[in-house]
Design a protein around this ligand. Structure first.
Ligand SMILES: CC(C)(COP(=O)(O)OP(=O)(O)OC[C@H]1O[C@@H](n2cnc3c(N)ncnc32)[C@H](O)[C@@H]1OP(=O)(O)O)[C@@H](O)C(=O)NCCC(=O)NCCS
Length: 177
């Protein structure tokens, strides 16, 4: 299967989206240890330790580049401020997930990152549509997805939230290239 430019560096007005590296572990651990970051994601555990960050990064070493793409969101002054991942489905579909450290919320950074990542996924990674699931109680993520051009599919499901050990209602959304 032909894939060009998997994991390039993407530039946005304020961020660089680059490949993750093992040296990112302490920074990821520090930002993800905040329960406010973990509590609306499906997969970030709580408490979150350096070992969790290292395991996450190690799993990236064996990821199938046709199935997964993970980007560090790098700020020129702050360093790594968050992570954005595509995962789950083979081309032409994929699913998106992301988090941003709490000090950086509310400044439009994730909308900027998602917009750039979607453009790459469509242009260079063979994706015609991208799915997302966000908790009903996550209006900030809803706003990011809507601003990036996602639509509601009408699907609803219970999503298991690792940090809280419970399944919570969520809505499906889709972006069409
Ligand atoms: C979701 C998250 C990535 C948003 O990142 P961000 O950079 O702050 O997002 P942006 O600034 O681009 O946009 C946030 C939007 O949500 C809106 N928003 C924030 N809190 C809100 C609330 N409680 N109710 C309604 N809208 C809200 C903001 O007003 C903004 O919209 P606007 O630009 O139209 O004003 C960040 O909050 C986060 O990492 N949360 C924890 C992890 C998570 O939930 N990940 C997503 C899982 S689906």
């Amino acid at each position: 299967m032909l894939h060009v430019n998997v994991q390039p560096v993407l530039e946005t007005p304020r961020l660089q989206l680059r490949s993750l590296r093992l040296s990112d572990a302490p920074r990821i651990a520090a930002l993800c240890a905040d329960f406010e970051v973990a509590r609306t994601t499906a997969r970030i555990p709580h408490p979150y330790t350096l070992a969790d960050a290292e395991a996450f990064l190690a799993s990236g070493e064996t990821q199938d580049p046709d199935l997964e793409a993970r980007f560090a969101l790098d700020h020129p002054v702050e360093g790594l401020v968050g992570v954005l991942s595509f995962f789950g489905e083979p081309a032409p579909a994929t699913e998106i997930g992301y988090w941003l450290g709490r000090p950086y919320w509310g400044a439009g950074l994730m909308t900027e990152a998602v917009t750039a990542a979607l453009a790459w996924a469509a242009r260079d990674w063979g994706r015609t549509h991208v799915r997302a699931w966000r908790l009903d109680e996550n209006p900030a993520s809803d706003a990011v997805l809507v601003k990036a051009g996602f639509l509601y599919t009408g699907e609803r499901r219970q999503t298991l939230v690792t940090s809280r050990g419970e399944a919570l209602p969520s809505r499906g959304m889709i972006w069409l290239a």
